[in-house]
Ligand binder design. Structure first.
Ligand SMILES: Nc1ncnc2c1ncn2[C@@H]1O[C@H](COP(=O)(O)OP(=O)(O)OP(=O)(O)O)[C@@H](O)[C@H]1O
Ligand SMILES: [Mg+2]
Length: 250
């Protein structure tokens, strides 16, 4: 069995599916259990300029949900302003990106913490450093199992199965799938049947169906997480995830 590093790489079937919400909520749940888990966003594009500093709203949100300070560049070492794929944003800004630097940062952080959650950018095939170096390459180099965040509605079977198939083709282990923004009360036939079909077709466990919560926002100067940690504890099988991770890591 391949031993992984002590963490989890959170990817999604697309941008905007809820990677940050799930990462921050899981982080809070893991810290509530007494671990010193941390979350990092190795590269943020679409950074927000606030008081002359580029802010990663994703990493800022990890701080809004937990007591982790968003001060140094620890939670987000690289932040680019254009809201584009990182490789494209970097080219526009004239910034040279380096996979080794991202890896060094991760190894330093993960040596100091029991678990490091790493949020990717967009999905696995997003160009990260160049068209030839994608988010999947970062996950491979970090040697982390994946968590895939997916949306609940029509079309998600295809996106989720493709993501898992590509992950497996790249030798990545997929620890679980979380379906986000799931409507437990008014779901149609697609929403009701998708989780079971995805589980059967991928062979990867669905670890949670996380509902849409009114008012929850990642973006802006005052992000509104509400009681996100309790939401994750109620709707995600954190025990099962930890069991899988312990099995993969130790
Ligand atoms: N369960 C939820 N309930 C309500 N709103 C949600 C939920 N999950 C995500 N959102 C909202 O959807 C938007 C996108 O979510 P999020 O930022 O977590 O996506 P992402 O996959 O991290 O996107 P990116 O690729 O930009 O990093 C945010 O405004 C967030 O507040
Ligand atoms: Mg995000």
């Amino acid at each position: 069995m391949v031993m992984h590093n002590n963490g989890l790489f959170i990817t999604g079937t697309d941008t905007g599916v809820g990677k940050t919400v799930i990462t921050a909520g899981l982080l809070g749940a893991l810290r509530r259990r007494g671990t010193n888990a941390i979350a990092i966003k190795p590269i943020q594009s679409g950074g927000i300029l606030r008081e002359n500093q580029l802010i990663s709203e994703d990493a800022y949100f990890y701080g809004a949900v937990t007591d982790l300070p968003y001060t140094s560049r620890e939670l987000n070492p690289i932040c680019l302003q254009p809201s584009l794929a990182p490789a494209v944003a970097a080219e526009i800004e004239g910034v040279t990106l380096n996979l080794e630097t991202m890896l060094d940062h991760f190894l330093k952080i993960s040596a100091e913490h029991q678990l490091t959650l790493v949020e990717g950018a967009g999905g696995l095939m997003v160009p990260l450093v160049s068209t030839g170096v994608t988010v999947a390459d970062l996950a491979v180099r970090m040697n982390l199992p994946l968590l895939v965040v997916a949306r609940p509605n029509l079309g998600t079977i295809n996106h989720t199965c493709l993501t898992v198939a590509y992950a497996k083709a790249r030798g990545l282990k997929v620890a679980g799938i979380i379906i986000n923004m799931y409507d437990h009360h008014n779901s149609g036939v697609a929403e009701r049947t998708n989780p079971g079909l995805i589980e059967t077709m991928t062979g990867v466990p669905i670890l949670g169906l996380v509902p849409m919560v009114e008012g929850l926002t990642v973006e802006g100067e005052n992000p509104q997480p509400g009681d996100l940690i309790t939401l994750i504890e109620n709707y995600v099988d954190v025990d099962q995830l930890l069991k899988t991770l312990n099995h993969e890591i130790f």
